[in-house]
Design a protein around this ligand. Structure first.
Ligand code: ADP
Ligand code: MG
Length: 306
C-alpha cells in the first residue's frame, strides 16, 4: 500500500518515537505496530511502555519484564520493557521527598505540594532511555503531556527556592535539628540538568518525533489542539497525527447507523485537515476486531508505513 503521508520517512529518520493522546485512542496499538514494522525492516528496536497496565504484554501475548528487556518472540530485532511507574522510584523523587520533609519541618507543610509521583517516575524512565545507545530505535507507547512537563518543572523551581531558604536560614535550620546537606542540593541540581537535557532531546527534531493519536471526534480533536499548543510552549513540535478508527466506506452498504457514524467522522476529518494543515496526517481504519498479536500489528504497520 502507498504511504503518501510521509510518516514512513519520519519514523525511519528519527531515533526516539513518541505516541501521545487521550486514553483509549490507540497509542499502545500504534506504538507496537510501529515497533514491529521497524524491527521487521531491520532496525534494532526497543519498545518502552510506562503505562501501569500490562497492555504491552497483552498485545505481544507474552510477559514483558518490568526491569529487564524482554526479547519479543516471533520477531527479530525487537525488545520490550513494561515499566511500572509505581515501582520505578527515581533518585530525583527520593531526593525530593527528603527535601520536602526537611522543608516542612522548618516552615510547615501547608505550602507544599509535590507533583504526581507516578508522572515523575515515568518521566525519570523516559530520561534514562533517552540516553540509549544500544538500539537504532526507541518507541515510547506514551508521551508526556504539556501538563506533565509543567508539573515536573515545578519541583525544580521549588528546589531552588528551598535551597535558598535553607542557605539563608542555615543557623535556624540547624537550631531546629534539620541536617543541612550540601550533597542533597547538588544532587537536585544534577537532576535538574538531566531533566533539562531530556526536554531538549524531546524537542530536538533531528532525533525525536512526538506524534499524537486521535479519533475523528470532537473531544479528541479539541484535546489534540490543546496538546499541540501546550507542547509548543516547551519547544516540542508535533510532526505527525494518526487518525485512528476511521470506518471504511466499503462496509457502509446502506447501513444507516454506520452511514451516520461515518458522516460524523467525515465532519471531523475535514476539521482535522483544516486545523492541522502542516502536519503529517495518516488515517488508520477501524478494524473488524481488536488488535493484538504480531500478525495484526503487521496489518496496522502496513497501513501506517507501507
Ligand atoms: N484501528 C483499530 N481498529 C480496531 N480496534 C482498535 C484500533 N485501534 C485500537 N483498537 C483497540 O482499541 C483499544 C484501545 O487501544 P490502545 O492502543 O490500548 O489505546 P491507548 O493505549 O491509547 O489507551 C484496544 O483494545 C485496541 O485493540
Ligand atoms: Mg496504552
Amino acid at each position: 500500500m502507498m504511504n503518501p503521508s510521509g510518516l514512513t520517512e519520519l519514523v525511519e529518520s528519527k531515533k526516539f518515537l513518541f505516541f501521545g493522546g487521550k486514553g483509549g485512542v490507540g497509542k499502545t496499538t500504534m506504538a507496537s505496530a510501529t515497533a514491529t514494522w521497524l524491527a521487521d525492516h531491520g532496525y534494532k528496536t526497543l519498545i518502552v511502555a510506562t503505562d501501569p497496565t500490562v497492555s504491552l504484554s497483552a498485545i505481544y501475548e507474552q510477559d514483558i519484564g518490568e526491569t529487564d528487556l524482554t526479547v519479543i518472540e516471533g520477531q527479530q530485532n525487537l525488545c520490550g520493557l513494561n515499566i511500572n511507574p509505581k515501582k520505578a522510584m527515581g533518585v530525583f523523587q527520593s531526593r525530593m521527598n527528603d527535601m520536602m520533609e526537611g522543608f516542612s519541618t522548618l516552615f510547615g507543610s501547608e505550602l507544599l505540594s509535590t507533583p504526581c509521583t507516578e508522572e515523575i517516575a515515568a518521566f525519570d524512565q523516559f530520561v534514562s532511555h533517552m540516553a540509549d545507545t544500544e538500539h537504532d530505535k526507541v518507541v515510547f507507547d506514551t508521551a508526556p503531556t504539556g501538563h506533565t512537563l509543567r508539573e515536573l518543572s515545578m519541583p525544580f523551581d521549588w528546589s531552588g527556592y528551598i535551597a535558598n531558604q535553607i542557605e539563608s536560614r542555615k543557623e535556624l535550620s540547624e537550631l531546629m535539628g534539620f541536617v543541612y546537606d550540601e550533597n542533597m542540593i547538588n544532587d537536585l541540581r544534577k537532576e535538574k540538568e538531566r531533566y533539562d537535557a531530556a526536554v531538549r532531546a524531546l524537542s530536538d527534531r533531528s532525533i525525536s518525533a512526538f506524534n499524537l493519536v486521535l479519533l475523528p471526534e470532537k473531544l479528541p480533536v479539541d484535546e489534540t489542539e490543546r496538546a499541540v499548543e501546550d507542547l509548543g510552549t516547551f519547544g516540542i513540535k508535533v510532526p505527525g497525527l494518526i487518525i485512528n478508527e476511521v470506518i471504511p466506506r466499503e462496509v457502509l452498504q446502506g447501513n444507516w447507523f454506520l452511514e451516520r457514524r461515518r458522516a460524523t467522522q467525515d465532519k471531523y476529518l475535514a476539521i482535522i485537515e483544516e486545523k492541522f494543515k502542516d502536519m503529517i496526517r495518516q488515517e488508520v481504519p477501524l478494524f473488524e476486531t481488536d488488535i493484538y498479536g504480531v500478525e495484526n500489528l503487521r496489518k496496522v504497520g502496513k497501513v501506517l508505513y507501507g
